[in-house]
Design a protein around this ligand. Structure first.
Ligand code: GLC
Length: 520
């Protein structure tokens, strides 16, 4: 099957190869157990050697770390154990010298409950900040409705001294911002522009499809034994979101011509043009259909899905073709919310090694769009199996464990689901070498335990090995960006049908039309 693809305008971010860094787990330069911004600065030569041209930095803002920085208590400060603002400034400058842009995470669906806006909203019901969040009166002695938070339990948390509740799509320490309030929106835009003026290249925009809630706040039929219903039904990509997203773009991104990548689960393919078309809200979005192939509808982890390669191929290509029709794509196999691809996508354990890692790399890297590499993926890092739920840090892992038990699964079954899917799989410290703590630091206990892990997959052993996974990634980047950009970046994407259902194949073909430079 082939779909017509127009010649693409040349844009620097289409040519970018993005490397995602989870700051807590990359490199601990001051040996306090937590990775830091100076650690990233020290490792810039490594990233330059790999050949990437943009870093996506997961949150480094001040945060109580209930969700590892996706709960921000000050948008204008760096979390103390990660560094200081001048480290960020230095990172931007030093990275630029290597030709590396810095894209940061923008978390504006919610803040931390320790953000001064929220504190004020709770402490003083008359404060204007009350309307910065979503408060509702209780109903029949309980929560305002039966919406379930994505991290488990009711999406409503009761205030200590009132019969009022606040809404949290994610953890209870992540109260949702009220985007209906123009004053809140203006404060957000000012913050976004402040960061853009600093010289960052743009944003990966977190959980952005959740900012609009259905205002009837009505209960829905339960979808679990807890009597609750996933909040996605009433707060993900809901009608009216377009007004907020157009305004966000006009008042911030457009003014700087920055790059934007929206985390956009729940958007149907026929709406992709709204998100990434010529007048779309963002330059790119992430599509999760293929990434979540192992879980029914990308929902709770106990709903395992026994997928086939053929199904995976069809899912992957469907989202690719949706990108082709709408604008520009992204292509990825890992991030900080996903298990390691090697463990998730290679079912035959004999290939959960360098061979499997290279096969996955070649499969996804040259598809249609800007490729993303998650730290450690370029080495072929695998999941880290844990024995007990107490070994997990991730709030979502802990919730999914208890949800599984509540749904009637045994403890070993619940552990199995969590080990398969846990976000902690990708969050273990980076393997720099086969030494103490994998060279992540010089001996302090890492924030996330991984001491029984096998460190034989590590950067030091791969850097100068021409056959390593690292060298394979390096070659792919060269091929795409230096040797055949007309084909491998801008070329037409043509899925190929093979009679063998275990083969995933596609062709890239240079588009014969002359490419044009977009006006600057
Ligand atoms: C996004 C992030 C995830 C975080 C959540 C809440 O999905 O990728 O890590 O927990 O939003 O901010």
């Amino acid at each position: 099957m082939q779909i017509q693809q127009d010649a693409q305008a040349v844009e620097w971010w289409k040519e970018a190869v993005v490397y995602q860094i989870y700051p807590k787990s990359f490199y601990d330069s001051n040996n306090d157990g937590t990775g830091d911004i100076r650690g990233i600065i020290e490792k810039l030569p490594y990233l330059h050697e790999l050949g990437i041209s943009m870093i996506w930095l997961s949150p480094f803002y001040q945060s109580p770390m209930a969700d590892n920085g996706y709960d921000i208590s000050d948008y204008f400060a760096v979390n103390a154990d990660l560094g200081e603002m001048r480290d960020i400034d230095e990172l931007i400058t030093r990275a630029k010298n290597y030709g590396i842009h810095i894209m940061i995470d923008l978390v504006v669906n919610h803040t931390s409950d320790e953000h001064p806006w929220f504190r004020e909203a709770v402490n003083n019901p008359q404060s204007p900040y009350r309307n910065y969040y979503i408060f509702k009166a209780g109903k029949n002695g309980g929560a305002p409705n039966n919406w379930r938070s994505l991290f488990g339990g009711s999406a409503w948390q009761k205030l200590p001294d009132e019969d009022n509740y606040y809404l949290h799509v994610f953890h209870q320490k992540q109260p949702d911002l009220n985007w209906e309030n123009p004053a809140l929106r203006e404060d957000i835009y000012a913050m976004v522009n402040w960061w853009l003026a600093k010289g960052i290249a743009g944003f990966r925009i977190d959980a952005i499809t959740f900012i609009k809630k259905d205002r009837d706040f009505s209960s829905c039929p339960a979808d679990g034994s807890d009597g609750l219903v996933s909040i996605k039904v009433k707060s993900r990509n809901r009608p009216g979101i377009e007004t907020f997203l157009h305004e966000l773009k006009a008042k911030t991104f457009d003014r700087f011509r920055c790059v934007t990548v929206g985390e956009a689960p729940g958007v149907p393919f026929d709406q992709y043009a709204n998100y990434i078309g010529a007048e779309g809200y963002f330059n790119m979005i992430f599509d999760f259909h293929a990434a979540d192939i192992d879980v029914e509808n990308g929902s709770e982890w106990f709903r395992r899905h026994n997928w086939t390669v053929d199904e995976f191929r069809r899912t992957l290509f469907a989202s690719q073709q949706a990108f082709v029709r709408a604008g520009w794509g992204t292509t990825f196999i890992e991030n900080h919310d996903q298990p390691r691809a090697l463990s998730k996508l290679i079912k035959d354990v004999r290939y959960q090694n360098a061979t499997g890692a290279k096969a996955l790399a070649a499969m996804y890297f040259f598809m249609f769009g800007t490729p993303f590499i998650y730290q450690g993926q370029e080495l072929g890092m695998a999941n880290f199996c844990r024995q007990d739920i107490s070994e997990f840090d991730d709030v979502s892992s802990i919730d999914n464990y208890h949800r599984s038990l509540a749904e009637g699964f045994t403890a070993p079954q619940a552990m199995h689901f969590v080990n398969q899917r846990s976000r902690d799989n990708a969050r273990t410290p980076f393997h720099w070498a086969d030494t103490l703590n994998a060279g992540f630091n010089t001996g302090a206990t890492p924030w996330l335990a991984f001491s029984s892990a096998d460190y034989t997959v590590n950067a030091a052993s791969q850097l100068n090995d021409a056959n390593s996974v690292f060298s394979f990634y390096k070659k792919m980047i060269r091929l795409r960006n230096k040797c055949w950009p007309e084909t491998l970046i801008y070329g037409e994407f043509i899925p190929l049908d093979y009679p063998d259902e275990n083969i995933i194949a596609y062709e890239k073909k240079a588009v014969p039309t002359v490419l044009f430079r977009s006006p600057t």
